[in-house]
Design a protein around this ligand. Structure first.
Ligand SMILES: [Zn+2]
Length: 348
């Protein structure tokens, strides 16, 4: 794939009206429409928006504001009423005709108490019956819907309550309470069955799922993967939509521009469509290096998950949190056994 041009190069200042005329205005309008969606979800004063130029994220469809949201801010309208927070003033905003913001929310400040968790983070992929002729990889990645239902039933009976990865970070940094038996249910790749099977199943049991999606597949309208409309509905129903990448490609050994396109571009897309922050990343194929971790940390991601086995959540390893892989052959007994291993202090 051709690498995108470096996204953070500042264009020479051109008055916005000339952009709207010269470029037909869609990019400017897109950005203006995006503002209320971002604003609506930004409830905390600690959030900071970093403006960048649109070159980083080509052809990302952006929904308009809903009727309940404030109207888009336009240079020709009077200033918006005061709100609880405001982006930090930056000269870049004034000189960039098409600011394209994304959430930049620092890790909550730690209160100084060292904490460690052993919360199981389960990793699912397909929740569907594998097609006939499926290879062993597809079989291994596919949990049948009836089995998934049995898993959910077991988890509820065993007293587990779902939490998000942000909940774990807030506990580790500030001691925010967690339920007695917390568990995180993650779903990688954003297959269409995440909407058709996982989502309704989770809702039946009052559980939250964390979905690591591929934004390039949604942009392309690939019917095998979640659409933006499905992602938006899931987010509105309190499912946690996080990033797996723009495409499912290894990201170690890449330069800054490449990472910006694939990670920040994907983050912007999800945030534009859901109005909620993307703070966590699941490395495609669990492929990562120090440079990638430094990149994520630099853009204020709170953490990332791998496919390494275990349950060991601390702030120090928050960019390499392990998970428990759920395989197509895992029945309820196997699930219970995997969870019981974590209660053994000698387990990894
Ligand atoms: Zn994956």
């Amino acid at each position: 794939m051709a690498e995108p041009r470096r996204p953070r190069t500042r264009p020479r200042f051109i008055p916005p009206i000339l952009w709207m005329i010269a470029l037909g205005g869609p990019i400017v309008l897109t950005t203006l429409m995006l503002s209320p969606a971002i604003d609506a979800a930004a409830g905390k004063a600690s959030r900071r928006l970093l403006p960048v130029t649109v070159g980083a994220s080509p052809s990302v469809p952006v929904p308009g504001g809903s009727p309940t949201e404030p109207p888009p801010v336009s240079p020709t309208l009077p200033p918006a009423p005061p709100r609880a927070w405001a982006p930090e003033p930056s000269p870049t905003i004034a000189s960039t005709p098409t600011p394209y913001p994304f959430f930049q929310e620092p890790l909550p400040p730690a209160d100084g108490s060292p904490r460690a968790l052993r919360v199981p983070i389960l990793m699912y992929h397909y929740i569907s019956n594998p097609p006939s002729g499926a290879d062993r990889f597809r079989l291994d990645l596919s949990v049948r819907p009836s089995m998934f239902e049995a898993h959910l039933q077991y988890l509820r009976q065993a007293g587990y309550e779902t939490v998000s990865l942000s909940d774990l970070i807030l506990h580790l940094t500030q001691g925010r309470p967690l339920p007695p038996q917390p568990i995180v249910l993650t779903f990688d790749d954003g297959y269409r069955d995440a909407y058709e099977e996982a989502f309704p199943g989770l809702r039946r049991y009052g559980f939250q799922g964390t979905f690591f999606v591929l934004t390039g597949r949604a942009d392309a309208g690939d019917p095998r993967y979640l659409s933006w409309e499905q992602i938006r509905q899931m987010s509105e129903a309190e499912m946690d939509i996080q990033l797996h990448g723009r495409e499912h490609i290894p990201l170690s050994g890449r330069d800054e521009a490449f990472l910006f396109y694939h990670i920040i571009g994907g983050k912007q897309s999800i945030e534009a469509h859901t109005g909620r922050p993307v703070r966590f990343f699941a490395y495609p194929s669990s492929d990562y290096d120090k440079n990638l971790i430094r990149f994520l940390e630099g853009y204020q991601f709170w953490g990332a998950v791998t496919t390494a086995y275990g349950a060991d959540e601390r702030l120090e390893n928050r960019f390499t949190w392990p998970r428990i892989r759920i395989r197509g052959t895992d029945d309820v007994e196997k699930l219970a056994w995997k969870l019981s291993l974590l209660k053994d202090p000698s387990a990894p």
